[in-house]
Ligand binder design. Structure first.
Ligand SMILES: [Zn+2]
Ligand SMILES: [Zn+2]
Length: 274
């Protein structure tokens, strides 16, 4: 946590990857989570490490219906009376997924295009965008606050036009850098799973993340967090190295022109001020 210097807009990945995802975001007086696929206890501990109170959260945004993103939304809703915002297709699955703690109806908020969040200050705007992934109605989020923007884009098979449009110009981006193409093809996954991960509705490779990171950096993004890094088909060092190489290839200095860091799988990452 040594890099934390305070500020009224924070972006703090608590966990990222197939064993659980949760990102804490603060915009002035409003704080919330994007996804909650880890336990309430882990969220609480992670927030207390940076002096934030779990009871201060206002809501949770859910990206899609996979359990690594949804597991504890019901428990959080009940304990802290949090509305849970998710797309229609996501709710269709979450409501009947027995692995997900049940979300009482009073906390369910369903949206078609973008969430309309109760009581959100005018300075904060949140929009959802479609992501190409193998579950219906999967989305990412762009969060705008006081003229700046942060975005979350994980679990995407490729960088679609929707994703580009939503991420261009964002100051902070959590971008998936899931697998190394060689490690995936020579790794332990069965053939059907390799195909799924590498497919257009699977997960983003380091190479694709690197190429897109260069596009983002050229359009003003100054902080990129690489996330949803596979523990079987990737290493954090390889993700970083590949993305740095692609940035350099595009004429961007990965150490001077932007801040590039990693979202850890099992523990909280650095807090970014944006
Ligand atoms: Zn996931
Ligand atoms: Zn997923």
């Amino acid at each position: 946590m040594s890099e934390f210097t305070g500020g009224d807009a924070l972006f703090y990945p608590i966990a990222s990857g197939s064993s659980g995802n949760a990102i804490f975001v603060r915009c002035g007086t409003v704080s919330f989570l994007v996804d909650c696929g880890v336990s309430m206890r882990r969220v609480k501990c992670a927030l207390s490490e940076i002096g934030e109170d779990i009871a201060g959260l206002s809501f949770i945004l859910v990206t899609h219906a996979h359990v690594d993103h949804t597991k504890c939304v019901g428990a959080m809703a009940c304990r802290y009376h949090l509305p849970i915002y998710a797309s229609r297709g996501t709710w269709d699955i979450v409501r009947s997924d027995i692995r997900v703690s049940r979300v009482p109806e009073e906390y369910q908020r369903e949206f078609d295009a973008s969430p309309e969040i109760d009581g959100l200050p005018d300075a904060v705007r949140i929009s959802a965008f479609s992501t190409p992934h193998d579950v219906p109605d999967s989305v990412g989020y762009r969060i705008e606050y006081a003229g700046r923007a942060a975005a979350v884009a994980t679990d995407l098979g490729y960088v679609s036009l929707d994703v580009k449009a939503a991420l261009y110009g964002a100051d902070v981006v959590l971008l998936e850098s899931n697998h190394d193409l060689d490690m995936l093809s020579s790794g332990p996954y069965p053939a059907f799973l390799k195909k799924r991960v590498a497919g257009n509705r699977g997960h983003l490779s380091n190479l694709a993340a690197g190429r897109f990171a260069a596009e983002l950096a050229a359009r003003g993004t100054r902080q990129i967090v690489l996330g949803h890094i596979s523990d079987k088909n990737n290493t954090p060092a390889l993700a970083l190295e590949t993305v740095e190489r692609e940035l350099s290839r595009a004429g961007i200095d990965p150490r001077r022109d932007l801040r590039l860091c990693l979202a850890r799988r099992e523990e909280p990452s650095d807090v970014l001020v944006w």
